[in-house]
Design a protein around this ligand. Structure first.
Ligand code: SF4
Length: 471
């Protein structure tokens, strides 16, 4: 009987089966950032422990980094304290740090892949929910809590339960103006925000096979929003072409050996899954969230759904969403005025996201609507440099966008980029939870970068296919 990639990678990394039934798994890569690591390092110090595998541990700073200036000390003393703490800990434990002082930093889930650290067949962990992003490479990648960060620092292993595997096939072809973000939001809407609990998602089918690595990362990134502990795509020629020549990717004779191993971890043709679901890519519209979970979404041409359309156990959340968002059932989402437009985050802060937005803006010659604050926040310094090299910084600023330093920015607003009051933000990020973008009453509408750009220009939610004449 064939095995899935999940089964193979899990079994290869199992060091021991624990009395609890959990497996102790060896982590090939541990990524750190400033928010979830200080306590973990303190706890290590208290026990007199050292980092077991500093050469498999890499750090950067992203959540608290201001995107208007990197001048130190940071204006926010708490943020400065976190950054100093990370700098001290990485120096003490000889961990490689991609530092804002040297303009090397990026969002941890943008940086790891672009450095070639995230590779097929690996177990990867990081103290951040969206670690699922790295599954795009055919790795098993998990977000972990602070105490688990400590455990991995000390032992390079993690105790985990075995998951079930759901294969999600998206077949056919996406229509023009429909992006990976739309696929992610569509799948979460169809399968539910709790639908993936207890599962790893294996994404497959023609649409996913044709996706670039950036698109696969966008999709895997949002697995966690559908309740799945991890999401992955089997590695293929697209994966290898992306990795070849990257700083930490294998080279020389090691490359061939690595590819051989990477091919071996692909799910077998006769692999058995706990569940298989299939969708038609042609049915997916540009998606917009209307509520307070990423599952509360619709096609841009749709109307806020009525209470009767929800199963009984979801009605309370739907009512809460109507109240919080000030939306009425039956109201079209298109035309909703926006105050802020944010393009960035570990979901959609990669070079190809901004290249597409730049292409659309250039083609339309349009500018950001008066009264809308529009932010372009690259996911890493490398992405920022590439955009500047192409002259897109000027293109964006000429069109009325602010072009910022890399960081998490308004995705989570643990930095000065925050919504104010009841502002509505068209956002390319991944969570529309209440208060997520820094104002306790701020409202978030998740969508693709192209849709955010269209909202910025129109001043309201609008179909990017129409505004940018995408056909
Ligand atoms: S961009 Fe958002 S989701 Fe991604 S790591 Fe930063 S805060 Fe977390």
């Amino acid at each position: 009987m064939g095995k899935t990639l999940y089964d193979k990678v899990f079994e290869q990394h199992s060091v021991a089966e624990l009395p609890s039934g959990q497996h102790q798994l060896f982590m090939g890569l541990h990524l750190l950032h400033e928010v979830t690591s200080p306590q973990a390092f303190s706890s290590l110090d208290e026990r007199g422990l050292t980092v077991a595998y500093p050469d498999r541990t890499f750090a950067t700073a992203d959540h608290i980094i201001p995107t208007h200036t990197l001048v130190r000390p940071l204006a926010d003393s708490l943020a400065e304290e976190m950054l100093v703490s990370l700098e001290t800990n990485v120096a003490k434990h000889a961990i490689q740090f991609f530092s804002p002082r040297r303009k090397e930093q990026g969002i941890v889930h943008v940086l790891g892949p672009e450095l070639g650290l995230s590779q097929p067949g690996m177990m990867i962990c990081c103290g951040d929910s969206h670690t699922s992003t790295h599954g795009a490479f055919g790795s098993l990648a998990f977000g972990i809590g602070t105490s688990q960060v400590r455990d991995v620092l000390a032992t390079q292993t993690l105790a985990m339960n075995r998951l079930k595997v759901r294969r999600i096939e998206v077949n056919g072809k996406l229509r023009p103006g429909v992006y990976a973000k739309d696929v992610a939001l569509y799948l979460i809407q169809k399968l539910g925000v709790q639908g993936g609990v207890g599962y790893a998602y294996e994404y497959a089918g023609e649409v996913i096979e044709h996706f670039s690595m950036d698109e696969r990362m966008t999709l895997c990134n949002m697995s966690i929003e559908g309740g799945a502990r991890a999401g992955y795509v089997n590695p293929d020629a697209t994966t290898y072409a992306y990795l070849k020549g990257r700083r930490f990717a294998p080279s020389g004779p090691n490359w061939e050996r690595a590819v051989e191993y990477w091919n071996s971890v692909r799910s077998d043709a006769d692999a058995v899954y706990d569940d298989v679901v299939e969708f038609d890519g042609a049915e997916i519209e540009p998606m917009v969230t209307w509520g307070i979970t990423p599952g509360q979404s619709m096609g841009v041409g749709g109307k806020v759904p009525g209470l009767e359309s929800f199963p009984v156990n979801e009605r309370e959340t739907a009512e809460e969403a109507y109240r919080y968002m000030s939306f009425e059932p039956g109201q079209p989402i298109s035309g909703t005025q926006v105050n802020v437009a944010f393009i960035g985050s570990c979901t959609n802060g990669r070079l190809s996201d901004f290249e597409e937005v730049a292409r659309l803006i250039q083609k339309s010659g349009r500018k950001v609507a008066p009264g809308v604050r529009a932010l372009i926040v690259p996911g890493s310094q490398d992405v920022r440099r590439a955009l500047v090299e192409r002259g897109y910084d000027k293109l964006f600023t000429d069109a009325g966008f602010e072009f910022r330093e890399p960081g998490c920015s308004m995705c989570l607003a643990m930095n000065p980029d925050k919504l104010e009051g009841r502002q509505i933000c068209a956002s390319s990020s991944n969570r529309n939870f209440k208060g997520r973008q820094g104002s306790p009453s701020g409202r978030t509408l998740l969508m693709s970068p192209a849709m955010v750009a269209a909202a910025a220009i129109a001043g309201s939610v609008t179909d990017a296919r129409v505004l940018f004449d995408i056909s």
